[in-house]
Design a protein around this ligand. Structure first.
Ligand code: GTP
Ligand code: SPV
Ligand code: MN
Length: 592
């Protein structure tokens, strides 16, 4: 069965890009072998030691192409205001013209691969189909892990099904000729001039968040930058939590949490649904249900070890693509914080000779793996993967948590008063930029719902959409805020984090199940210190006190910054959020 809309679009794009040949991807094992061999022969991919790393592949990107480029990412809507102050904007005409000029003839002598992919379980009402045209085998092999691809997707699409038109070309990999463009009104994405992850795996941030968030508003659901995990309590019940934290704030780690001994012994287990993206709908029971539209992890390698995240280490042992880590002369793979011996000799992420302890001309240590080096690994290989992963309904969401890095302000955990207040908590959230990555230590960036770089339309409308979703549910999930990163005066983390975060999740579930009282403060409900289970943990009562403090002066200062941020949306900001903001100010004066 042919899809005439798909056929004619492929033809049109080929007329522009002028590839030497067009190959339709079917998803078979034999096809994977063929593509891998071709990429190995050209050097696009390198084979690491297959005894140590069975089925794994290694890839290096260009040196100026190692992270998402937010300043080259645009939302192309007819009206500028529809993109909002949260996005770069270009008109659709200008977008097609400028990117078209770069795409023109850019695939001469290359193959254009046609990759049909499905986000979400095949056949589920949650799912969306996309087709990515790309001249990169690396992209095809990544899509093969991150999504469901090939013939079965074409069958689901049928003769006239809707799909997102995704066009990617490496062109010259020139940063001056790089554009990541979204055309939500046309259900299309054009990405040119990059070979890096989030810029080119168009299924991920481009489709599953920017385009999907636009669709979700029209269709009445939510597309979010969230992990989903299930917590099995000693009574055998599993409840699900969705959590939004900005990039590099711990989603992958929380999604694969291993409970500490005392919790394990009592029968607690964590089941992983997803680590980055959640699509959530209101089902016929009036509750919120979520799926992970992805089939794999695209996770940060540095810092991942048997100590910090054993489930991730187990997941990446085979059939994984590693990008920009260290390659040893012996074919081993390594990254900073892996907690094993580095290879004596090898190459760093730039392809330069590298050895442990290497220093540059100024005597500074040279890191081997890029700080944003990543692994692409199948979710099916994760030891904590949930048995509900492929369920067409997804899982019921009991709680939503927002979080970020706040050294001083936010307590370890607090609960919002109700859905609308929870939306305010999400809309006003912020996270500190880390010194190593983004410059000024302690500088706070507002990042509502961790969606600032990923919301495909005006965020004022997005907040309105969140508010409306709450009204439509008969029992909306409770909304919480967490902060694993609060510090003492010497800059030490007050909370151990990682596996011990289950102690906080347990309180959250106890609140959802009405099993525990809490203290009312100006910002929300905070736990009584005795209600966080600290068994087997060395956290002093003073530290606990500090972790749960709500300081009036700090919050008044914070309120000023929230206000300034809300002003950027002008009249478009929902009145409800102004009302919530005033509520906070009133409570700060009255309660303190
Ligand atoms: P993206 O893939 O970019 O969206 O990131 P992510 O949100 O999945 O973050 P990830 O889980 O990769 O963690 C990022 C960093 O946060 C790692 O360096 C972790 O060491 C650190 N981290 C994660 N959880 C905790 C925690 O509970 N406490 C502390 N102190 N650090 C944590
Ligand atoms: C993030 O930056 O939040 C990621 C990596 O998950 S990327 O797919 O490159 O966006
Ligand atoms: Mn992410």
């Amino acid at each position: 069965m042919r899809h005439s809309g798909l056929d004619s679009w492929v033809e049109q794009m080929a007329d522009m890009c002028k590839p030497e040949r067009i190959v339709w991807i079917t998803g078979t094992e034999e096809e994977k072998q063929r593509l891998t061999e071709e990429a190995l022969s050209t050097g696009e991919l390198i084979l690491p030691d297959q005894k140590k790393w069975p089925g794994c592949l290694y890839h290096r990107t260009a040196q100026n192409d190692v992270a998402r480029t937010e300043d080259l990412t645009f939302i192309c809507t007819t009206l500028r205001d529809d993109a909002g102050p949260n996005n770069n904007w270009m008109s659709p005409e200008e977008g097609y013209r400028r990117a078209g000029a770069i795409f023109e003839g850019s695939m001469r002598g290359r193959t254009m691969y046609v990759v049909p992919f499905c986000m979400g379980p095949i056949g589920s009402p949650f799912s969306k189909v996309g087709v990515e045209l790309t001249d990169s085998i690396y992209v095809v092999l990544n899509l093969r892990i991150m999504t469901r691809i090939g013939t079965e997707v074409l069958e689901q699409l049928g003769a006239a099904g809707e799909f997102t038109k995704c066009l990617h070309g490496k062109a010259e990999l020139d940063i001056k000729k790089r554009l990541i463009l979204h055309f939500p009104e046309d259900n299309a994405i054009w990405s040119v001039g990059s070979g890096y992850g989030g810029n080119v795996l168009l299924n991920k941030k481009c489709l599953a968040l920017r385009i999907a968030s636009f669709m979700a508003r029209q269709e009445g659901w939510l597309a979010e930058h969230m992990l989903i995990l299930g917590i099995e309590r000693p009574n055998g019940q599993i409840q699900y939590i969705a959590g939004a934290f900005p990039s590099a704030c711990g989603k992958t780690n929380l999604a694969m949490l291993i409970p500490p001994e005392p919790f394990k012994e009592r029968g607690y287990k964590v089941w992983t649904i997803g680590d980055d993206i959640a699509w959530m709908r209101i089902d016929t029971d009036g509750q919120l249900w979520g799926v992970n539209p992805e089939a794999g992890f695209f996770g940060v390698a540095p810092g991942t070890s048997m100590k910090t995240n054993p489930n991730a280490m187990e997941t990446v042992r085979k059939n994984t693509i590693f990008t920009n880590v260290v390659l040893g002369k012996d074919g081993s793979l390594w990254w900073e914080g892996m907690d094993v011996e580095p290879p004596a000799e090898g190459w760093d992420w730039k392809g330069n000779p590298w050895h442990p302890g290497k220093k540059d001309e100024e005597g500074k240590p040279v890191v081997g793996a890029h700080p944003n080096s990543r692994f692409t690994a199948p979710l099916a290989q994760c030891p904590s993967r949930s048995f509900r992963l492929d369920h067409h309904h997804g899982v019921p969401i009991s709680a939503i948590i927002f979080g970020g890095r706040r050294a001083r302000l936010a307590p370890l955990v607090y609960e919002s008063f109700n859905w609308a207040h929870g939306v305010y908590v999400g809309a006003s959230m912020a996270s500190e930029r880390t010194a190593a990555q983004f410059g000024k230590l302690g500088e706070v960036r507002r990042d509502p719902m961790a969606m600032l770089p990923f919301c495909g339309y005006n965020m004022a409308d997005y907040f309105e959409h969140w508010l409306r979703m709450g009204v439509r549910m008969n029992r909306p999930p409770r909304i919480f805020n967490v902060n694993w990163f609060r510090q003492d005066d010497d800059g030490n983390y007050l909370w151990p984090g990682f596996g011990d975060n289950i102690r906080v999740l347990e309180w959250i579930l106890a609140r959802c199940n009405r099993e525990v009282e809490a203290q009312k403060t100006a910002i929300g409900f905070v736990p009584k210190p005795e209600d966080i289970d600290l068994s087997g943990l060395d956290v002093s009562p003073e530290a606990m006190q500090q972790l749960l403090t709500v300081n009036k002066e700090d919050w008044l200062e914070e309120a000023k910054q929230i206000d300034a941020f809300f002003q950027t949306f002008g009249k478009r900001l929902p009145l409800e959020l102004h009302a919530q903001h005033e509520g906070l100010l009133r409570r700060l004066d009255v309660i303190g």
